[in-house]
Design a binder for this molecule. Structure first.
Ligand code: GSH
Length: 218
């Protein structure tokens, strides 16, 4: 069997989630750089692989896949290594709920509404849209309160074991915590602060650290 291959850019939240799953499983893989924000957009050959022109895309032997939810679950099922999805139905449902919160509320607000506006745009000379930041901050407050309730006293979002829920939330928090608003807001939730300290110390998270990147988008 060939090593699986991940297509994408290191600055991408979703590419990082897929890499975190591969690294946590201990799956050797190849990486092919694709910059979807490059002038002219993705190439025709990449659009054949991912008709929506997003990253990541994935290939294992002749099996092609896109959408991070599908990639990470395939990686978990198809390879040896620690399970990243709980077996118990309620914990598994909780994992899916948190992944959905990350896709639906964290990515648009913590990453695009706050990090991109506060950090990425000003870095390229574009003024931050303060109204958009303010609107996203009120959504972020709801998200952090919900995540704080869901994690409770557990070390990880779904209990004693690291799951895909943690791997989804971590890259989104990483960008969010690069903003002063993000650092202030997490201070209201000591359990999320301690979760962040716990996950940020994992080798997989260090190996995919956004702060070491030259080019940062989202
Ligand atoms: N639903 C997709 C979302 C992937 C996604 O939005 N990736 C971003 C980078 S983090 C992207 O490709 N953005 C390009 C664009 O919006 O045109 C997934 O789960 O893989």
């Amino acid at each position: 069997m060939e090593k699986p291959c991940l297509f994408g850019a290191d600055y991408s939240v979703y590419v990082r989630i897929a890499r975190l799953a591969l690294l946590e499983k201990g799956v050797e893989h190849k990486r092919v750089p694709i910059d979807i924000f490059a002038e002219g957009g993705p190439s025709a050959s990449y659009l054949e692989r991912h008709p929506f022109g997003r990253i990541p895309a994935f290939e294992h032997d002749d099996f092609r896949l896109y959408e991070t939810a599908a990639i990470t679950r395939y990686v978990d099922e198809a390879f040896d290594g620690p399970r990243l999805q709980p077996v118990a139905p309620r914990r598994w449902a909780r994992m899916n709920q948190i992944v959905s919160i990350a896709d639906g509320y964290l990515y648009p607000h913590l990453v695009w509404g706050i990090y991109v506006e506060r950090v990425s745009k000003p870095a390229t000379g574009i003024a931050a849209d303060e109204e958009r930041i303010a609107a996203s901050l009120s959504k972020a407050a709801i998200s952090l309160a919900a995540l704080s309730d869901l994690i409770g006293d557990a070390p990880w979002f779904c209990g004693p074991e690291l799951t895909l829920a943690d791997l989804y939330v971590a890259p989104m928090f990483d960008y969010f915590l690069m903003t002063p608003e993000g650092r202030e807001m997490i201070g209201h939730h000591p359990n999320l602060e301690s979760w962040w300290a716990h996950i940020a110390a994992r080798p997989s998270v260090g190996m995919t650290d956004f702060s070491k990147l030259q080019e940062r988008h989202a």
